[in-house]
Design a protein around this ligand. Structure first.
Ligand SMILES: [Zn+2]
Length: 278
């Protein structure tokens, strides 16, 4: 069974076909992204472009995209962002939902969180986000980019900050930005030093404690279970028609959870290792 749902920020599809005593239902979130080249004016090979696309900001040297460089950049963006976000979370099913029978035993699957990016031609429309991309001249190593304006270096691992031991914290900017596209805020939004109503792009919103700085929604590359929220919201919308999400419903783990039989459910535990199933 497949159930699809279009939400403003992404498409969601629940697929229960893979369910067996070892495999869960899969929930795939798909972002339809359109990529658009920004080239030097007048068809020139070289030119300039402003940081953040804002005429008041400094200019950087840019060069014209070639087909080869463009396709390589897009492929790398899509594959590395998908590789980062796909298949990392499992949501534990605490409802009597999607249960299936195998050899007389009723199993309850969990939800495996999948992620997909559709590189959708600009002319098709219907994108969740259109992203403009400048190709930086080799003399430039920095450009002011944001969620809908990237530079050709944004898929590289760069130093975003420093931890309390003065060690570099590295991040690939695009995986952080894809987190925003999925609806995630900066790691410390909601804390006293980064109130939700204030400027959530302030430096402290990217984390103050090392553990928070290391988060992908801070300055680093680490995932945490709170970042499964887009999938939790999607499964709530699909499975329980938007019922209020409680802390324990569809709780996320960064660890594979196996489908449970009635005895395992009654024992109130999650199954994290492969059990002998008949
Ligand atoms: Zn951000």
């Amino acid at each position: 069974m497949k159930i699809s749902l279009s939400l403003p920020t992404f498409e969601a599809e629940l697929n229960t076909d893979p369910c067996d005593p070892y495999n869960n239902a899969e929930l795939t979130l798909t972002l339809k992204l359109g990529f658009r080249q920004i080239n030097p004016a007048g068809g020139a090979a070289d030119g300039t472009y402003h940081d953040y696309g804002d005429a008041a900001e400094p200019t950087r040297r840019i060069v014209k995209w070639t087909n080869g460089a463009w396709n390589l950049w897009k492929r790398n963006f899509v594959s590395s962002a998908v590789n980062f976000w796909n298949g990392k979370f499992w949501l534990s099913n605490n409802f009597a939902l999607y249960e299936f029978d195998k050899n007389g035993v009723k199993y309850r699957p969990n939800i495996w969180c999948r992620f997909c990016i559709e590189d959708r031609d600009i002319s098709f429309g219907g994108h969740h986000q259109v992203i403009d991309v400048v190709r930086l001249h080799h003399s430039e190593n920095w450009f002011g980019s944001h969620a809908s304006l990237y530079d050709s270096l944004d898929t590289r691992m760069v130093r975003k900050g420093t931890n309390s031991r003065h060690r570099a914290i590295m991040q690939r900017a695009h995986v952080h930005e894809v987190g925003h596209l999925l609806g995630l805020d900066h790691v410390d939004v909601g804390k006293a030093h980064c109130p939700p109503g204030g400027d959530t792009n302030g430096a402290t919103c990217y984390g103050v404690a090392d553990a928070d700085k290391n988060s992908v929604m801070g300055q680093g590359m680490q995932l945490r279970t709170t970042q499964a929220m887009p999938w939790r919201k999607a499964i709530i919308a699909i499975a329980t028609q938007g019922a209020a999400l409680t802390l324990t419903d569809w709780e996320a783990r960064l660890q594979r959870l196996y489908p449970r039989n009635p005895a395992e459910i009654a024992a109130g535990r999650l199954v994290t290792t492969r059990q002998l199933r008949r």
